[in-house]
Design a protein around this ligand. Sequence first.
Ligand code: OSB
Ligand code: MG
Length: 375
Amino acid sequence: MKIETITLREIRMPLVHFFETSFGRTTERRILLVTVHADGVEGWGECVAGEHPFYSPESVETAWYVLARYFAPALIGKQVERGAEVRKLFPGVRGHNMAKGALENAVWDAEAGQKKVPLWKLLGGSRTELPCGVSIGIQDSPEQLLEKIATELAAGYQRIKLKCKPGWDVNILERVRAKWPEITLSVDANSAYTLKDVEHLKSFDRFKLLMMEQPLWSDDFYFHARLQKEVKTAICLDEVILHARNAEAAAELGACRIVNVKVGRVGGFSEAIAVHDVCQKHHIPVWCGGMLETGIGRSHNIALSTLPNFTLAGDVSASKRYWKEDIIEPEVKVSAAGFIQFDQAKPGRGYEIKKDLVEKFTVRKEVVRAGMASA
Ligand code: OSB
Ligand code: MG
């Protein structure tokens, strides 16, 4: 495929309900979408960078800058047969994984469309039963949280993950366990604790959690290894796993027993597959994390979740939990038993894009084409 043009666009979509983590509350999403046009095929990618550099150093603004200035110009006019080849064409820009991932994934999406094969098969997937969990943010009151949990359990979700932080943890877990002693439950601290909190974190053990996600610093796995020796609860790493080498080091150190794979955080499908493989080699189960994606990123997460070591329920849940109307057709749906329903035979990403809606939500757009200078 010859890469003819690359379109960057920013869309804005209000969330059905605010989403709050230990680092802040989101009510409206700003989302950077990338479209690759090649030989009459269109590939779409979603950048999972947030509105602010709070979850990671990236944001919509930084991703736009590196995509427009470095990554898009490097691909324009190039003959690219596979999504897996994209990385070696990028200039030596350090970091900016979410920006890289959005563009690499758009080429995988185009490749699947061009070859008329389902994206999940192109990635090497084999699982067709995809168990779903939900991530529930910090609420205004414990009562509101209990109500939300009841709703999600009634919808069939198989695992409940609660965002936590000092002041919204043990007190909350006590309330939840009193009501639901047996549900599969985990917590995600998004780095809200330090080693001063070891005794406090040990007290989580009595809640029989499936895991606690990234309790310590966002760039650390060494001290997580120390913590894992102290707590019985399995540690799951999210923020710090930026590539397969980190995953390997974390596994060797015993820093975690579970890994959350987010395709954007690691810089695209190629590296996500590598992280998956390293974890599998070390007998560490993985699951697919979410970043409040639209249907485009969501469909890519579904495809990734079909790889064999994605044995735990992911955060890839139904479109309607986030959006009044998603930008794909059909929307992502979850069965009453808590599995993602997806069309296994459909080529490409398996979902159509509602272009009218994308256009309606667009607040800025830039087309990169041949003749524009590369860095
Ligand atoms: O840590 O998994 C996280 C959302 C934004 C930033 C970080 C995280 C999350 C989620 C959202 O948990 C999960 C979802 O998309 O439902
Ligand atoms: Mg997390």
